[in-house]
Design a protein around this ligand. Structure first.
Ligand code: FES
Length: 68
């Protein structure tokens, strides 16, 4: 599922970034461009970030999206 429509970033890309070491929204913005335009995706991306940090061994399944 797309998290950031402006940059065409999916929840999977956000999860992969977190699993590869990105620890903050600033990092997601720098690494992927999330929330770098309209900002409407910030809340969703932050939710996925926190979810991944809470369960680092979780799968990268798109069905686990934090915001549907
Ligand atoms: S939806 Fe992500 S910056 Fe617009």
């Amino acid at each position: 599922m797309y998290v950031c429509v402006c940059q065409a970033i999916t929840d999977r890309q956000v999860r992969e970034a977190v699993h590869s070491g990105v620890q903050s929204m600033r990092g997601l913005r720098q690494h992927l461009g999330v929330a770098s335009e309209c900002g409407k995706c910030a809340r969703c991306a932050h939710g996925i970030l926190k979810e991944c940090q809470a369960c680092p061994s979780a799968s990268l399944s798109p069905a686990d999206a934090a915001c549907a």
